[in-house]
Design a protein. Structure first.
Length: 303
C-alpha cells in the first residue's frame, strides 16, 4: 500500500509542525488498511476530526450560520460516491463511500443525504463548530433576510484569501486564512492494482447558504482511473471550471509520471484561472504533488 495525503493549499500556517503531525498520523493509519478505498477513508476521517483542517469539525460557516460538509470518493474502476451540503455530519467521506457501495447513484445532497448517513450508521447531529470558528461567526455581523440580501453581505467576505493568511476583507473583517486549517483535505492510495481517491471539506468561509464547491464533483475535487488518482484543494469554483483532478489524471493517461502530471496540471490551472490550488497524485511508480499557493502540507507512507 502507498498513500499520500494533503491538508489544503493556502497560506503557511503559524504552527506547521502540529498540522504535519496530524497528516503523518493520517497517512500511517491509511497505509495499514487492507484496500485503497479503506486507506483513503481512514486517512480522511482522521483529518475530519481535527480542528486544524477545514473538513468535518472546524469547517467553514455558510451565510446562514451552518457548517455543511461535502466529500467524494472514487476508485479506478470508475465507481464513484459523493455527498454534499450536510449539516452536522463530521465524516462526510464515509457517507460518500456508502453512496458508492450502497446506492445506484453518484451524489446525494442536503437533508436527504444526512438521513441516508444516519441510516448507514454515520453519526449525525454533530456540533462542527470549534471555539475559534464560533467566535469568528459571532463577530461576523451575520446577515438576515433573503438569499439576495445574503449575497450583498458576502460580497467582500466569501472565501477569503487562499494565498495571504493575514489578508482582510475591504471592511476589515478577517478572511479564511486567519484561522488554522482553512482548506480541504484529501488522500490518494494504491495497492499496486487499484487506485482510490477521497476529498473532504467544510467549504469556504461565508459562502451563500447551500453553496457546493468542487469537492464532491467528480473530476474536479477527486478522480481515479486505471492510470492513477488525484485529490485537489484550493479555490473550488475555479477548480470545478477546469475539472482539475481529471485534467491531472489525463496527463497520467498520456504517459506522464505523477510529479510531471501534477506540475503540468497546476501550471495550466494558474494560466487558465489566475487562482490558487494544489493537487496530489499517485501512479504506478510514485507520488506527485504541486501547488501555486504559499504552501500545501502533505504526507506519504508505504509498506
Amino acid at each position: 500500500m502507498r498513500i499520500i495525503v494533503h491538508g489544503g493549499a493556502g497560506g503557511v500556517p503559524d504552527e506547521p509542525a502540529p498540522r504535519q503531525g496530524v497528516l503523518d498520523d493520517a497517512a500511517a493509519r491509511g497505509v495499514e488498511q487492507s484496500d485503497p478505498l479503506s486507506a483513503v477513508e481512514s486517512a480522511v476521517r482522521h483529518l475530519e476530526s481535527d480542528r486544524r483542517f477545514n473538513a468535518g469539525v472546524g469547517g467553514a460557516v455558510q451565510s446562514d450560520g451552518v457548517v455543511r460538509t461535502d466529500a467524494g470518493v472514487m476508485i479506478s474502476d470508475r465507481a464513484v460516491g459523493a455527498a454534499s451540503g450536510m449539516d452536522g455530519v463530521e465524516h462526510a467521506v464515509s457517507v460518500a463511500r456508502a453512496v458508492l457501495e450502497e446506492t445506484p447513484h453518484i451524489l446525494l445532497a442536503g437533508a436527504p443525504a444526512v438521513d441516508f448517513a444516519a441510516d448507514v450508521g454515520v453519526e449525525t447531529d454533530v456540533d462542527l463548530f470549534t471555539d475559534e470558528t464560533r467566535e469568528r461567526w459571532e463577530n461576523a455581523d451575520a446577515p438576515t433576510g433573503s438569499p439576495t440580501e445574503h449575497l450583498d453581505w458576502l460580497a467582500d467576505r466569501f472565501g477569503g484569501s487562499t494565498s495571504d493568511p493575514t489578508a482582510k476583507a475591504s471592511d476589515g473583517t478577517l478572511t479564511s486564512g486567519d484561522l488554522p486549517g482553512f482548506d480541504t483535505v484529501g488522500a490518494v492510495a494504491t495497492d499496486g492494482e487499484t487506485f482510490a481517491s477521497a476529498t473532504s471539506t467544510g467549504g469556504r468561509w461565508f459562502a451563500l447558504a447551500g453553496r457546493v464547491g468542487d469537492v464532491p464533483q467528480v473530476g474536479s475535487g477527486f478522480y481515479a482511473s486505471p492510470a492513477g488518482a488525484a485529490s485537489t484543494t484550493g479555490a473550488g469554483e475555479d477548480i470545478a471550471r477546469v475539472t482539475l483532478a481529471r485534467r491531472a489524471v489525463r496527463h497520467l493517461e498520456r504517459g506522464c509520471d505523477a510529479q510531471t502530471a501534477a506540475d503540468l496540471a497546476i501550471e495550466e490551472f494558474g494560466e487558465l484561472t489566475g487562482s490558487d490550488a494544489g493537487i496530489i497524485l499517485l501512479d504506478d511508480e510514485g507520488f506527485g504533488s504541486a501547488f501555486n499557493s504559499e504552501g500545501m502540507q502533505t504526507s506519504t507512507a508505504e509498506q
